[in-house]
Write a protein that binds this ligand. Structure first.
Ligand code: ZN
Length: 257
């Protein structure tokens, strides 16, 4: 494997599409399949022909272009075994602990249930890259639609414990500025967070993407990973609560923000 190239492009209202490319072998992975036209445009611009698709979860804005990608490129579609009944055309069904080979590199599958029950993240340790779908966002996390808050907390805590600090993280949506505006309301004394809010506001004012983020930045500024932080717990009046209960309260407040 040579150094992997990553091409990020916006699509639909606030989704992101991603192409991951190995220049040496020519292999290319598409992360999720939100929008046929946008992905085909990205393929034309880069000249990178998809050989694999890595699906994080069954929601339509992550899967609707799968048939088109198979049809156009014959790409192998990898996705969560637990959601196979809801995702058309999965070639390779994977779950927590599985791995996939891509351009001679190992792609590790981490089960991250909560937003949906079968959701998975894809992690390339050698390339320090991870794709977290709608589980971990920059300074945020996905809504808990199918699982429980405790389940979602366990998934996020596991990502935080598993992914090294320097890991570059791509997620499914550009929600970063809205997430930051919420984050400062539950973690008001966090200087790194206040600084990052300013930085992402400036990036968005230029219409640029705020991704990738890194695990180091998320540990410092993402309130959904910081349920164990004393200042945040004190601010919420939950000094003695379990971490997942603190997470649940932060998530509840975000749902009504
Ligand atoms: Zn989703």
């Amino acid at each position: 494997m040579s150094e992997l190239a990553v091409h990020l492009f916006p699509c639909l209202t606030d989704n992101y599409g991603v192409l991951v490319h190995d220049p040496e072998s020519g292999e290319t992975a598409v992360v999720d399949a939100p929008d046929e036209a946008a992905i085909k445009r990205a393929v034309a611009e880069t000249g990178w022909t998809p050989t694999q698709v890595w699906v994080t979860h069954h929601h339509w804005d992550h899967t609707q272009a799968i048939p088109a990608l198979k049809d156009a490129y014959g790409a192998t579609v990898v996705g969560p075994r637990q959601e196979a009944a809801m995702i058309v055309d999965l070639d390779l069904k994977v779950g927590d602990g599985d791995s996939v080979q891509f351009a001679g590199a190992t792609v590790r599958v981490i089960g991250t249930p909560g937003h949906t029950l079968g959701q998975v993240a894809y992690w390339l340790p050698d390339a320090a890259l991870a794709f977290t779908g709608d589980t971990l966002f920059a300074m945020g996390c996905g809504r808990v639609f199918e699982g429980t808050p405790e389940m979602m907390w366990t998934s996020l805590d596991r990502l935080a414990a598993t992914l090294p600090a320097e890991t570059r993280i791509y997620c499914g949506h550009e929600y970063t500025l809205a997430n930051a505006k919420f984050a400062v309301t539950v973690d008001p004394d966090n200087a790194a967070l206040a600084e990052r809010l300013e930085a992402v506001a400036a990036i968005r004012a230029q219409g640029k993407p705020t991704l990738p983020t890194t695990m180091a930045e998320e540990r410092l500024t993402n309130p959904f990973l910081r349920a164990g932080d004393e200042a945040l717990r004190a601010h919420l009046g939950m000094a003695d609560a379990a971490d997942w209960e603190v997470f649940a309260e932060v998530r509840r407040r975000k749902d009504h923000f």
